[in-house]
Design a protein around this ligand. Structure first.
Ligand code: ASP
Length: 347
């Protein structure tokens, strides 16, 4: 029988990066602005009573997550890397807007992660009576502290939001208003919190007990092209000829389908011949790219567009950044992109 517990001596590092969860209304302008994390105990007094040893690290200044850039991910991965041996788990307080991008990026940057990195945030600021922030925060701490026979229960980058725990690189923000703001259509939730927190053990990554490797380098020469009916030649051509561009996520329709106009296929083919890596990712939140299922995806397959299978756009773009950051050439990037590196695709 496995002994699931969160021991008294469990140590957690809370990393406060900003976002609504730590915001207050500016009395002057009436708009939401970040507060100093030290004030968070005023809004969650029960924090003082928790039996874990909790330390915190605050980003200065805290940011709205729409300001997130690769340099922010490098800073976050470095904080986790430098504190890795001193804590049993990490809780990252983060704005919801780009939380899935950050969770995806971290999953690639933190190879051999054997401890929980739980991202959470809220739709309403912690200071507001009906805030979802307290619940999200407290459950995230609990999940980050949980162990089975002395081994962390969730040794991966995950997002906890509105009673659900998602694999970070499978999640996506789909609602700007509801408390139920994230989905993971192509991968089951890792846990569901009710009276008890019920873990979906079969879907949680197993620890590999190797040493953590932090891959800080990210290649930023990537772009996303979302197709829409009527997209013009000029728009497609200008993006494909962007100076320095090395990788493109082509957001296609349905099961990876796209227009078959000669100019469109020719532009993509010439870009691939110039060395661009083009990945086919569906605009749908659920399901997978299946090039060849419809005639409208056959030309893409023929010219060497690679399949993203059931990957999210957030995961695809950060995976490309990670792979280019490793210094791989286009051939190696294509090969690794189609493999599940951190459980981000089903194959
Ligand atoms: N704009 C905020 C952010 O992403 C929204 C939130 O925190 O949920 O930082």
């Amino acid at each position: 029988m496995n002994n699931i517990s969160a021991e008294n001596e469990t140590s957690l590092l809370v990393i406060y990066t900003g976002g609504t969860i730590g915001m207050v209304k500016d009395p002057g302008t009436g708009s939401l602005t970040p507060i100093d994390f030290n004030h968070i105990n005023e809004h969650v007094p029960i924090l003082d009573k928790l039996r874990y040893r909790i330390s915190h690290h605050c980003f200065d200044p805290p940011i709205d997550s729409s300001e997130v850039k690769p340099a922010f991910w490098q800073q976050l991965a470095t904080v986790i890397g430098e504190n890795y041996s001193r804590y049993d788990g990490f809780v990252v307080l983060h704005g919801t807007d780009t939380m899935s991008y950050t969770a995806s990026a971290l999953s690639f940057m933190l190879e051999n992660l054997n401890k929980p990195v739980i991202l959470t945030g809220s739709q309403l600021p912690m200071g507001v009576i009906r805030s979802d922030g307290r619940e999200n925060f407290l459950s995230s701490l609990e999940i980050a502290a949980m162990q089975v026979d002395g081994t962390p229960l969730v040794p991966e980058v995950a997002i906890f939001f509105e009673n659900q725990l998602f694999r970070g690189n499978r999640s996506t923000k789909f609602n700007a208003e509801n408390f139920h703001a994230f989905v993971s259509e192509n991968y089951p939730v890792l846990a569901e919190a009710g009276v008890h927190i019920r873990f979906n053990h079969a879907y949680i990554r197993k620890p590999n007990f190797r040493n953590l490797r932090v891959h800080s380098a990210l290649g930023e020469e990537v772009a996303i092209l979302k197709l829409f009916p009527g997209i013009s030649h000029a728009v497609v051509a200008s993006l494909l000829h962007s100076p320095g561009l090395r990788g493109l996520i082509l957001e296609t329709f349905g099961a990876g389908n796209a227009p078959t106009d000669d100019w469109f296929i020719r532009e993509l083919q010439q870009a691939i011949e110039r060395g661009l890596v083009i990945c086919n990712v569906t605009q749908c939140k659920g399901g997978a790219v299946d090039m060849g299922r419809y005639a409208s995806s056959l030309p893409l397959e023929r010219i060497g567009v690679i399949s993203g299978y059931d990957i999210t756009t957030e995961s695809a773009v950060t995976k490309l950044m990670h792979l280019f950051g490793q210094g791989y050439d286009a051939g190696k990037v294509k090969e690794l992109f189609t493999l599940p590196l951190r459980g981000e695709i089903t194959k």
